[in-house]
Design a protein around this ligand. Structure first.
Ligand code: AMP
Length: 216
């Protein structure tokens, strides 16, 4: 099964995509995670992506499409994939259709995770990320056991440059302009379902599993 989660930054799609992939035994494919890792490691991809990410802008389509094409070749993706943060533009969506077609696959479901803008701001300003392993926390909703320290690896937690208020505003503007049009693109294809993204993490996950027909 190939699934896409679409939603504004802070809609919780990253958290949910990760949990759904774990539960279903699928690959969690987050272009944001791949790019952040490349930035941490200082690879040529990371050096190119850094400036866009810090300003809340989108990394060029061809770069991101190349990452996804490469990743989808790996046999572990055959079981299923939960895409998170990709596609983000119509041209990425068209490229994904082409790549899947080449592999003899198609997209089964696209889920729009709906969250109000007020809630998005509340969530993003409290988000903290581990500098070492990339694990995510929230100062109110999912605090680590020890403040500022990652539960999983003991690494230091930090606030992502792109989770600061002015960058968040830019990311929301980019979402409305470039990514929201994907909703009608997928609606027309008949694969879109909408799920309310507010409420406890576990509840939202159950709603998502229902929406994709895995649980009733
Ligand atoms: P995310 O973790 O999905 O919020 O992504 C963080 C940042 O990585 C975004 O603000 C973009 O700069 C970049 N990025 C992630 N995914 C994509 C994508 N599909 N297309 C372009 N840029 C992306």
């Amino acid at each position: 099964m190939y699934l896409v989660l679409i939603g504004p930054p802070g809609s919780g799609k990253g958290t949910q995509a990760k949990r759904m992939a774990e539960e279903l035994g699928f690959v969690h494919l987050s272009t944001g995670d791949i790019l952040r890792e490349a930035v941490r490691e200082g690879t040529p991809l990371g050096l190119e992506a850094k400036k866009y990410m810090e300003e809340g802008r989108l990394v060029p389509d061809e770069v991101v499409i190349g990452i996804v094409r490469e990743k989808l070749r790996s046999p572990e993706c055959e079981k299923g994939v939960v895409f998170d943060g990709f596609p983000r533009t119509i041209s990425q969506a068209e490229a994904l259709d082409r790549i899947l077609e080449e592999l003899g696959r198609r997209l089964d479901r696209v889920v729009e995770v709906e969250v109000s803008e007020e809630e998005v701001l509340r969530r993003l300003t409290g988000r903290r990320t581990c500098r070492n392993c990339g694990a995510m926390y929230h100062v109110f909703f999912e605090p680590p056991k020890v403040e500022g320290v990652c539960d999983k690896c003991g690494g230091p937690l930090y606030q992502r440059e792109d989770d600061k208020e002015d960058v968040i505003k830019e990311r929301l503007r980019v979402y409305r302009k470039d990514t929201e049009p994907l909703i009608s693109y997928y609606e027309k294809k008949g694969v879109l379902v909408k799920v309310k993204g507010e409420g406890p993490i576990e509840e939202v996950k159950q709603r998502l599993l229902e929406a994709i027909g895995v649980r009733r």
